[in-house]
Design a protein around this ligand. Structure first.
Ligand code: UDX
Ligand code: UDX
Ligand code: ADP
Length: 465
């Protein structure tokens, strides 16, 4: 039997830490879970009595928070106290791609992780299990161990890797019914004890046979591998979408046909304007960097192609809009339906919409964005972050509206960037009456009923058809 965990601290109240800890608290009422973050606004939002103001939108999340918050789930900025009181500490801080120095644009930036490790080392007075929850390059645990064991005060740390596989938009379901939970740790007596202690927390709701134990390095590398495989599937089907457009094959028919081969499987074969999200690009680039750092150029190039194809797909979509607009979008209104990187989330990190918009801004288009969950400020911040157009130009050319009908008035084209369900249910006849003719719809997610729209009068351009 593993050690009995009574108090958990999670450093980082983000998209991973927040929902994961809320579900752990829900299923383990005997454990006190403290989520801490240095971002005061984020903690204030997590503590807001109005549950619609939580900093993250996930279906089912507010119900879980409502049931647990201030019972055995607490949000605070007091990191030191939470560390001090904890038997187990999850590190769930962000690990963005480095934007400076060695490995710029590829390697993961581990400065936030290192800061956490130093803080844990400084504050801890009793032995602790430290769990890597953030996605990390393989062998990060070594660096963590180095920092944690350098205190010389006799406190022992056991390091585990427990990568999170939840997808945004379905986080709560993925946490409640995961395909598997992965726990990596040392194969020493204390390492095994720590793995069992963490395992027992998950076994409160997950069948034991779905909790997998491995060594630390396998666990760290499995997370990168899983994301790289998933990203690669999307780039593979997107590569076929380009061929389809040349050959009158239909990419959705191909996906159905190959998906029925049980060796391939039907999921993650939806051709699109390109994958986004905080994980895929970051993790594949990180894999490329790691392979290169071991001198494995062929391996690095293999995975790099997944990113190149994704960039190509985003650019191709923008180019298509330009081409079908008589080769110029200058001063034309392009209505964007969707900005989030996928439906049912307010997250926009690496969303294809950002890059498509940027490319259209190069061509002096006016862009009107409607997304049911993304704020105006977020959209401006995403574009400003690219540093390719001035803040003034962005605010002049890009307008954010609060309904789809506002977006389409006198629009030269409509582009679907996110697969929000509501887009399918719109009154497309009414939309047709408001847009300029010829009425062009660019369906970057292949979600609309093409036949119906064509009957209404639209020209519909799909991906891979
Ligand atoms: C393949 C396709 O499976 C089949 O659907 C198609 O009709 C013809 O091509 P085949 O070449 O007969 O069939 O055998 P397959 O089992 O696919 O193996 C092909 C090669 O891949 C073999 O050398 C096999 O050893 C290798 N392989 C297969 C691996 O290295 N790893 C695997 O996980 C699977
Ligand atoms: C992903 C992994 O799925 C998850 O296991 C990991 O923990 C984090 O990274 P996430 O980025 O939240 O999750 O969403 P996901 O559903 O994987 O979608 C990623 C991107 O791929 C989205 O932009 C989505 O629209 C796109 N996508 C997904 C496709 O274009 N086609 C598909 O078939 C599936
Ligand atoms: P993820 O998608 O991995 O959850 P997020 O960016 O949503 O990433 O969340 C990470 C959180 O970690 C942020 O809210 C950030 O403020 C927090 N964070 C980063 N470094 C520290 C630190 N040293 N101590 C406490 N919180 C931190």
């Amino acid at each position: 039997m593993g050690k009995d965990i009574k108090n958990i601290c999670c450093i980082g109240a983000g998209y991973v830490g927040g929902p994961t800890m809320a579900v752990i608290a829900l299923k383990n009422p005997q454990i006190q879970v403290n989520i801490v973050d240095i971002n005061e606004q984020r903690i204030t939002d997590w503590n807001d009595t109005d549950l619609d103001k939580l900093p993250i939108y996930e279906p089912g999340l507010k119900e879980v928070v409502e049931e647990t918050r201030n019972k055995n789930l607490f949000f605070s900025t007091d990191v030191d106290t939470a560390i001090d009181n904890a038997d187990m500490i999850f590190i769930s801080v962000n690990t963005p791609t480095k934007t400076y120095g060695k490995g710029k644009g590829q390697a993961a930036d581990l400065k936030y992780i290192e800061l956490c490790a130093r803080q844990i080392a400084r504050v801890s007075k009793t032995d602790k299990i430290v769990v890597e929850k953030s996605t990390l390059p393989v062998r990060t645990a070594e660096a963590l161990q180095g920092i944690l064991s350098s205190t010389g005060n006799g406190v022992k740390f056991e390091i585990l890797s427990n990568p999170e596989f939840l997808a945004e938009g379905t986080a709560i379901d993925d946490l409640l019914i995961p395909d598997r939970v992965l726990i990596g740790g040392n194969n020493t007596v204390s390492g095994k004890e720590a793995k069992n202690a963490l395992s027992s927390i998950y076994e409160a709701w997950i069948p034991k046979e779905r909790v997998l134990q491995t060594n630390v390095w396998s666990s760290e590398l499995s997370k990168l591998t899983a994301n790289a495989f998933l990203a690669q599937r999307i780039s593979s089907i997107n590569a076929m979408s380009v061929l389809c457009e040349e050959t009158e094959a239909d990419v959705d028919e191909i996906a159905r046909a190959i998906g029925m081969d049980s060796r391939i499987g039907p999921k993650f074969l939806k051709s699109s304007v390109g994958f986004g999200g905080s994980c895929f690009q970051k993790d594949v680039l990180n894999l490329v960097y790691i392979a290169k750092s071991y001198g494995l150029d062929e391996v690095a190039e293999y995975w790099d192609q997944v990113i190149k194809l994704n960039d190509y797909q985003k650019r191709r979509f923008a180019d298509k809009i330009i081409k079908e607009s008589y080769n110029t979008v200058s001063g034309k209104k392009i209505a964007f339906f969707g900005w989030a990187f996928k439906k049912d989330t307010n997250d926009t990190r690496e969303s294809a919409a950002i890059y498509v918009a940027d490319h259209l801004l190069d061509e002096q288009a006016d862009i009107i964005v409607y997304d049911p969950k993304v704020s105006e400020e977020r959209i401006y911040a995403d574009l400003e972050y690219l540093n390719t157009h001035s803040s003034e130009e962005i605010r002049n050319r890009v307008k954010v509206v609060s309904s789809h009908s506002e977006a389409v008035n006198n629009a030269h084209a409509i582009a679907i960037l996110t697969e929000w369900d509501e887009f399918k249910a719109y009154n497309w006849k009414e939309i047709y009456s408001k847009v300029l003719k010829p009425a062009n719809v660019f369906d970057g997610r292949n979600i609309l009923d093409k036949e119906k729209l064509v009957n209404v009068g639209f020209n519909v351009y799909n991906i891979g058809k």
